[in-house]
Write a protein that binds this ligand. Structure first.
Ligand code: F1P
Length: 363
């Protein structure tokens, strides 16, 4: 690769960028506590656009499952144009934007201020941006800024900020939780070291024509993001579904040119594996991203070699994080970033310059 594309550099810099991002968070932690003490809210409305909408989905689901705070996510444009019942008292607006300048996100903040007047917490890679300046408080990841259009390290770094924020709102020992998140960069380096040529092999295999990403609970927003990355970088047919939802119609699209990628959870593992097994029987190839391969293989009565030995996916990526399933979300994406990158190259595309797209949508 002559001049390394920005995208390649940004994907591979994630471990050190995650370290820097968590350090910036730790420095700002006291000020965050002060802001939250006076903010006065019992629910969170998370908004973003495209990738950062999917990040908002992930953040809202994590908040719901990990804290007593009620939370939901919307595209920023929906809050701007159809605010309706979402603008209620006691609401904190969590506005997420890599650039901090996307028009819909800024309009959503304005609408929220007009109607609610509640606190606005921004998450962005640009501390000097309009969004960061307009917000009452900003969690920032300046080291994760990107030249590329498609978000990779910016997304995962902002995801870490939402997870650190969740630990604070969970009113648990967030110092201990932050120490656990600080393990992620080393875990990612180990994971990437174990990937071998799998992302390049799958990405370069143009016999694969359609991708389906399956993820439930707090992994659903990440499955949506993986879908978008695959589209943006490689102009490929990609969709995302809740795992068991895939049987309710969309699996009609499965054929021998299909790759079904399972972002497997701990809590839904057996049934999610069953979906992958069913899709293999329909002719798809399958990739499982799972915390622990042996558990995946030994998934209860379907242990490898057992009566359902074919439960194993065609390809398995073991995260081996040792963390709770809500802490390890960022680990699911780098392998997909690499797969999408190699697919772009295999198709003669420039992953730095996705077709039709700009880094920021300004209306
Ligand atoms: C969001 C956005 C996404 C798009 C791509 C580039 O910008 O434009 O809509 O999917 O990832 O970023 P931002 O508000 O996060 O800066």
């Amino acid at each position: 690769m002559a001049e390394e594309p920005y995208t390649w550099q940004e994907i591979n810099s994630q471990p050190q960028i995650w370290r820097a991002t968590l350090e910036v968070f730790a420095i700002g932690r006291p000020a965050l506590g002060g802001f939250l003490e006076t903010a006065g809210f019992d629910r969170v409305l998370a908004v973003g656009c495209g990738s950062t909408h999917y990040l908002a989905q992930t953040a809202a689901t994590t908040l719901v499952y990990r804290t007593s705070v009620r939370a939901c996510a919307l595209p920023a444009s929906e809050l701007w144009l159809h605010p309706g019942p979402f603008l209620t008292d006691q609401t904190l607006l969590l506005a997420i934007s890599r650039s901090g300048t996307t028009t819909e996100t800024l309009r959503a903040v304005e609408r929220f201020r007009e109607v609610c007047g509640g606190p606005v917490l921004a998450i962005t890679c640009h501390p000097e941006s309009t969004l960061a300046q307009q917000a009452d408080f900003a969690l920032v990841a300046p080291d994760a800024q990107e030249h590329s259009v498609a978000q990779t390290r910016s997304f995962t770094s902002m995801l870490l900020l939402t997870q650190a924020l969740t630990s604070v709102l969970a009113q648990e020992d967030d110092e201990k939780a932050l120490e656990r998140l600080r393990q992620l960069p080393d875990i990612l380096e180990d994971l990437v070291g174990r990937l071998g040529n799998l992302p390049q092999g799958l990405g370069s295999d143009l016999d694969i024509e359609r991708f389906f990403f399956l993820g439930g609970c707090m992994l659903h927003g990440l499955a949506n993001e993986a879908m978008l990355k695959t589209k943006e970088m490689s102009l490929s047919y990609a969709e995302a579904y809740y795992p068991l939802e895939f049987r309710h119609g969309p699996m009609s699209m499965v054929n021998e040119h299909t790759l079904v990628i399972g972002f497997l959870s701990d809590t839904g593992l057996a049934e999610e594996l069953h979906v992958l097994k069913d899709m293999r029987q329909l002719g798809a190839r399958t990739l499982a991203l799972v915390e622990d391969g042996p558990k995946h293989a030994a998934g209860g009565p379907h242990a490898a070699g057992g009566p359902h030995a074919d439960w194993r996916a065609d390809h398995v990526i073991e995260l081996r994080s040792g963390l709770d399933e809500w802490e390890r979300g960022a680990l699911y994406l780098p392998a997909i970033h690499l797969m999408a990158f190699h697919r772009a190259l295999a198709k003669g595309l420039n992953p730095d310059r996705p077709h039709n797209l700009e880094a920021v949508v300004k209306l």
